[in-house]
Design a protein around this ligand. Structure first.
Ligand code: G1P
Length: 292
């Protein structure tokens, strides 16, 4: 069966980033770099690699720098070019005209509400969602969203990335009530957002990658507030289970929770160690530092 292609991705980037204050006082958290590329760039690259054409950013006040980031840096580029400088570091940072949409979530009413803000841009098509502070790192050319699109091409319907974490971490996440597993696919029987300690149906959480059918937008329209007093995407998805197909996809790769300081530092260290220009230096420094 041929499933409608996934052409659009939503990036919710309205969050205040309070965990990284004061760094995020004037700089959106999505522009914090992992080595030398902002977090949002990795997420956009991941979507592009999966064949996604249109990037929809749900922003908020104080997030204008994200829009500038994906534009041409006209003055700087002209000057650099005149000086014969190499501009290849900017490859992939300029989104083509018409391929980037920026819209605002005016109030912080929750992830579900942020997604709903993009309903008219998404229209009647299945779409992807990528939470940029969840940094998902697959093998080169086989990122998380690409793996999810490959699974979608087989089973269609709705898919969420599914990741195992220690049980005590489940209260921080959306959690899956899993059914049968078949290869990378796990049937989903239920979803619960931020369960109370000890109440999670499993240790399989939602690490912020989704492929959803457009009907979820209708549910979000009237979704009641859930965990934390926010309109939760997880609750809207949960009410579609049984009506539409829902699967979890086990991702082959590593995940860094860059919404936390520890995860962000781990991502920087891991990528720096992999880099040809930095790896040896950082390995030597880290070894010496640990021995101090
Ligand atoms: C959001 C989602 C949650 C998901 C998490 C991943 O929560 O609501 O289901 O597991 O992202 O990071 P937040 O971190 O915004 O509270």
């Amino acid at each position: 069966m041929i499933h409608k292609p996934i052409r659009k991705a939503i990036f919710p980037v309205a969050g205040l980033g309070t965990r990284f204050l004061p760094a995020t006082k004037a700089v959106p958290k999505e522009l914090l770099p992992v080595v030398d590329r902002p977090l949002i760039q990795y997420a956009v690259d991941e979507a592009r690699e999966a064949g996604i054409e249109q990037m929809i950013f749900v922003t908020g006040r104080g997030k204008g720098a994200i829009e500038d980031y994906f534009d041409i840096a006209f003055e700087s580029e002209v000057t650099q070019r005149e000086r014969g400088k190499d501009l290849s570091a900017l490859d992939g940072t300029r989104l083509l005209p018409g391929r980037a949409v920026f819209l605002r979530q005016q109030e912080p009413l929750g992830l579900g509400h942020a997604i709903w803000c993009a309903r008219d841009i998404v229209g009647d098509e299945p779409f992807a969602i990528l939470l940029p502070d969840e940094f998902m790192r697959g093998a080169p050319g086989n990122g998380c969203m690409k793996q999810m699109v490959a699974a979608y091409e087989k089973v269609g319907g709705n898919l969420v990335c599914a990741l195992e974490v220690p049980m005590e971490e489940t209260p921080n996440y959306g959690v899956i009530d899993p059914g049968a597993r078949d290869g990378v696919l796990t049937e989903i029987k239920g979803l619960v957002e931020k369960p109370a300690p000890g109440a999670a149906p499993s240790n399989l959480i939602l690490p912020g990658r989704y492929i959803l059918q457009p009907e979820v937008m209708k549910i979000l329209e009237t979704q009641e507030k859930g965990a934390g007093g926010e309109i939760q995407l997880t609750d809207a998805m949960a009410s579609l289970i049984g009506k539409q197909s829902f699967h979890g996809v086990t991702f082959d790769g590593r995940r860094f929770d860059c919404g936390s300081k520890a995860g962000y530092i781990e991502a920087n260290l891991s990528l720096a160690l992999e880099r040809e220009d930095l790896g040896d230096h950082i390995r030597r420094f880290a070894t010496e530092e640990l021995a101090r």
